[in-house]
Design a protein around this ligand. Structure first.
Ligand code: 5AD
Ligand code: SF4
Length: 432
């Protein structure tokens, strides 16, 4: 999400004769686009900001701004140097990026600039993102903003505001433009893409229809999406994925916990059983589909029994991949108000480690079962380790590395998998 927002910011700013640069040392303006989802994400930003203060010595006119979720959560308190030990010039929330040129003019006249107003409508639909850090092959398209699910642990509904969907025609035309510019893969992004909905007069759009419209643009344009909420993962959507070879067979379906009682405290609006029902539907309707998830260890009141339910869910589903976190209490969330953050740090760490160890085994097993199979891989570039090899992803979103036989980024190559680690498949191109 933040990556995609930074591309919108770059577009708004470069329209006004500012330019982007790769090095903070050479910059007159530095914006940090921030995330508040866990405390350690915020600590990282504060450290980075401390470090960046040093650049003021060389460039006294440097403008330093905080954008995004931390700006929204902390508002003007970020500008209070006595509290933060930081000298900042701008604080701009995720719905106020159009105001950046004016805010920059304010700062240039010596004022501090703040805009943290959230909007019920802003989707930046008409803005063409500047793909300044792109590989030229794969791009994100933001299709909706905000979230109103109010999972009890989560700060997003407060930092990114009301859920709103972007005009479908603007999404479709952005995908067309990317294809024309040589891109081969688009990822449709939103906090909860399954609840995409857009109405105007007689016209009504839901996510399966939008996904299909993007897939129909060109069979050589791959389509991915993230993130899905289990409560809205309909069979209709699964059939749409199954029916289009260019819609990637990889679904990210955050479980968060395997315990129905924890899920209730988390306000996730599904139980272990209904989650498993959706997993079974994926397996039935889209054979060979990869499934990944997010897991939180040590949520408020989590007992050993509840933790073991998460372990058992992970064993039962055998996720191909997972993002795994320790619960981090966020100020102002329902969990902070209602529940005690009472799982001791050491137990949280031990539970997280157990979850990570199990996932590493599951990822390895999942990759081992791919050995001997043939996949179509979209080449993204040289492998990190050697220029003699290239890497890219298969439809299941697994990274595949194979010897470079003159392949270029953007080529689709059929690769037979010969070996693997828990993170990567290794193979060899086969003649087409
Ligand atoms: N603590 C830990 N993890 C969190 N996430 C969201 N809020 C928190 C929190 N307070 C995780 C969830 C979500 C992912 C994006 O971040 O797993 O799916
Ligand atoms: Fe946060 Fe839940 Fe919304 Fe995801 S669905 S952004 S976890 S409130």
């Amino acid at each position: 999400m933040n990556f995609s927002d930074s591309e919108i910011v770059a577009s708004i700013i470069t329209e006004k004769d500012y330019q982007t640069t790769d090095s903070p040392e050479g910059a007159d303006i530095i914006f940090l686009n921030t995330c508040s989802i866990r405390d350690n994400a915020e600590q990282k930003v504060l450290n980075r900001l401390k470090h960046l203060q040093g650049l003021r010595k060389k460039n006294p006119n440097l403008i330093l701004g905080v954008l995004g979720c931390m700006a929204e959560r902390m508002k003007t308190s970020l500008l209070e140097e006595s509290q933060t030990g930081l000298r900042l010039d701008m604080v701009v929330g995720p719905d106020a990026y159009r105001d950046l040129p004016q805010l920059l003019l304010d700062v240039e006249t010596g004022q501090k600039a703040v805009n943290v107003i959230l909007s019920a409508e802003e989707t930046y639909a008409d803005i063409t993102p500047v793909r300044y850090a792109s590989n030229g092959i794969s791009a994100f398209i933001s299709i909706m903003r905000g979230c109103e699910n109010f999972c009890s642990y989560c700060v997003v509904p407060y930092t990114r505001g009301k859920e709103r969907s972007r005009n479908p025609q603007s999404i479709i035309s952005e995908a067309h433009d990317l294809l024309k510019a040589g891109y081969k893969e688009v990822t449709l992004l939103g906090q909860n893409v399954n609840s995409y909905h857009w109405e105007k007069g007689e016209e009504g759009w839901r996510f399966p229809g939008l996904l299909e419209a993007i897939a129909n643009i060109d069979p050589n344009l791959r389509v991915r999406f993230a993130t899905s909420h289990p409560k809205d993962m309909s069979d209709e959507l699964l059939h749409t994925i199954a029916n289009h070879p260019n819609i990637c067979k990889a679904i990210h379906l955050p479980a968060q916990s395997g315990s129905s009682s924890v899920l209730k405290r988390m306000n996730r609006k599904y139980t272990r059983e209904t989650y498993l029902n959706r997993i079974n539907a994926i397996r039935r309707i889209i054979p060979g589909c990869a499934i990944s998830t997010d897991i939180i260890a040590g949520f408020c009141g989590e007992t050993t029994e509840e933790h073991l339910q998460t372990i058992s869910l992970m064993k039962e589903v055998a996720f191909d991949f997972a993002f795994m976190f320790k619960y981090s209490e966020r100020p102002g969330t329902p969990a902070e108000k209602k529940y005690e953050d009472d799982v001791p740090e050491k137990i949280k760490s031990d539970r997280l480690q157990e979850i990570i160890n199990l996932q590493n085994q599951n990822s390895l097993k999942s990759n081992q079962s791919d050995v001997g199979q043939i996949f179509e891989v979209l080449v993204e570039g040289f492998s990190k380790k050697s220029k003699q090899a290239v890497s890219g992803r298969n439809s299941q979103n697994k990274m595949v590395v194979f010897p470079n036989e003159g392949f270029k980024p953007g080529d689709y190559v059929k690769v037979k998998v010969e070996d693997c680690s828990s993170a990567t498949l290794l193979g060899k191109a086969i003649s087409q």
